[in-house]
Structures are given as structure tokens and as C-alpha cells.
Design a binder for this molecule. Structure first.
Ligand code: HPA
Length: 258
């Protein structure tokens, strides 16, 4: 995939300062001004296959005079059969456009039993069970989760007092696409995971390695062990939509503060 060919299709008034990757059902920043909008399929030549991910890249302003932001509705996943090169392709394009700040969001299952559906969780550390590892899965899991540091994470942590539903914890990125068995959830819990999902970590690693100030957060759509049953992808989409109101308030404040 030639990045220059993709960039040539994008016409913008200036470089985007911020990008927001929206996970399943996450629905924020729908009222941007001076919008320039592209389809993932037209831009990257690959159709996203997950329902609830429309696959659009929209640029616009929250209001006049504010920084240009990019909103990516949807992403490519390894479980769709894509390589990590494709999973990070939209970010490579944004990086070439001189993106400064990135917020990655996802829908995740809560493992910490103090969480409730529609909570938001700032990801402060992660387990990467998506990127192939020659040492095998158990080697990854038995180590403590990987911490990361960024300006955006520090700013976001300072806001947790103000938003009661804004929690923090460690995110286990697993391959999916099936949801976890009870035994898998128990194992992840024993290792210290607070939530589990199927994305985000490859993108977070790419951003941090390329000097993009990055923050990752989960919308907790279900809580394992507390609920008697998990309602599948439909429930994930419904709860994400509900949590999006709070998320938009928080993200708007984050933009103002930074
Ligand atoms: N597991 C993995 N991914 C998810 C979940 C879950 O419980 N909920 C939303 N995305």
C-alpha cells in the first residue's frame, strides 16, 4: 500500500492536530464544521467488515478557530485477517499528514468487578496478545502489563476526579473475534487485567513509537462475572452509544486543556 497515493487523495486546509479512533458503537463528534469526509474503502482500498464500524475518516473543526481534528469511525482488526501493517495503515497516513495527538477508543469487556457497563476506562497499561510473539502467549501473560506514559495520559488522569465514570486500568488485547470463555476471563483477571478487547494495542504502539502523543481508553460495555450473560455485539453497540455522551464531554475538555 503506497502511502503517497493515499495522501494524494486527501485535500485539507491544514494538518490535523488531533485524531480520534472510534471503536464499536462509539459515537462522538458528529457535528464538526467544514467537514471533509472519506470512505475507508475508497481511501485505503479495503472494506471494513465489522458492523457498527461505518469506516469513514472525517476531518473538521469543533468550532471556528479550534484545531483541525480527524475522526475515524472504525478500524481494521487482525481478526478480520489483516496484517499489523494494514491495522496501522490509517495511522501511518495521519502521521504523514503530521498528526500530533491521538485518542484511541474501543469497546471492552470489564474484568474488574467494580466496573459497571457504560463506564469509561483510561488504559494505563496493556497486555499485547495480538502481536505474534515467538515466546508464546503464556510468556506475555505471566509478565506484568506494559505501562506507557504520554502527556495526554497524564492530562486525562488528572480529570478522573471530575468524571465519576472515568476509571483506569490495564487492557488485555486478545485476538478474538469470539468473546472470552469463563476460564480465559479468570486467567486474565489473575494476571491483573481490568478489561479485555480485541484492538487498540497495535495502534497505540505505533503511535508511541512515532512520536504521536497518544491516549487509549475503553468503553466498558459488559462486565464479566457480574452479568449472568453477555449480550454479544448488539449489546456492545447499544452500551457504547449510551457511554458516548459522557465520552464526548470528557474528550472536549481534554482538547481544551491541552
Ligand atoms: N471481550 C472482548 N471484546 C469486547 C468485549 C468482551 O467482553 N466487550 C466488548 N468488546
Amino acid at each position: 500500500m503506497d502511502i503517497n497515493n493515499i495522501i494524494n487523495k486527501i485535500v485539507l486546509p491544514e494538518s490535523p492536530q488531533w485524531a480520534f479512533v472510534l471503536g464499536s458503537g462509539v459515537d462522538v463528534f458528529n457535528n464538526l464544521q467544514e467537514v471533509v469526509k472519506y470512505n475507508f474503502t475508497d481511501l485505503f482500498g479495503i472494506k471494513p467488515t465489522v458492523s457498527g464500524h461505518s469506516g469513514t475518516l472525517t476531518f473538521g473543526y469543533l468550532k471556528s478557530g479550534s484545531p483541525l481534528i480527524a475522526v475515524l469511525k472504525g478500524r481494521y482488526h487482525v481478526y478480520e485477517g489483516h496484517s499489523l501493517d494494514i491495522v496501522t495503515l490509517p495511522l501511518k497516513v495521519l502521521h504523514a499528514l503530521k498528526l500530533k495527538k491521538l485518542v484511541l477508543t474501543n469497546a471492552a469487556g470489564g474484568i474488574d468487578s467494580s466496573f459497571t457497563p457504560a463506564d469509561l476506562m483510561l488504559i494505563t497499561s496493556y497486555f499485547d496478545c495480538i502481536t505474534p510473539n515467538p515466546k508464546g502467549l503464556l510468556n506475555i501473560i505471566k509478565n506484568p502489563p506494559e505501562k506507557y506514559h504520554s502527556n495526554l495520559l497524564s492530562l486525562a488522569l488528572a480529570l478522573t476526579k471530575k468524571y465519576p465514570n472515568l476509571k483506569q486500568g490495564s487492557y488485555a488485547a486478545v485476538l478474538g473475534p469470539s468473546y472470552e470463555t469463563t476460564a480465559e476471563v479468570q486467567m486474565l483477571k489473575m494476571q491483573g487485567a481490568s478489561a479485555v478487547g480485541m484492538s487498540t494495542v497495535p495502534e497505540l504502539k505505533y503511535a508511541l513509537a512515532n512520536d504521536i502523543d497518544a491516549l487509549a481508553l475503553s468503553v466498558i460495555t459488559n462486565v464479566w462475572g457480574v452479568q449472568t450473560e453477555m449480550g454479544g455485539h448488539k449489546e456492545v453497540l447499544e452500551v457504547s452509544k449510551i457511554a458516548s455522551k459522557q465520552l464526548e464531554l470528557f474528550l472536549t475538555e481534554l482538547i481544551k486543556l491541552s
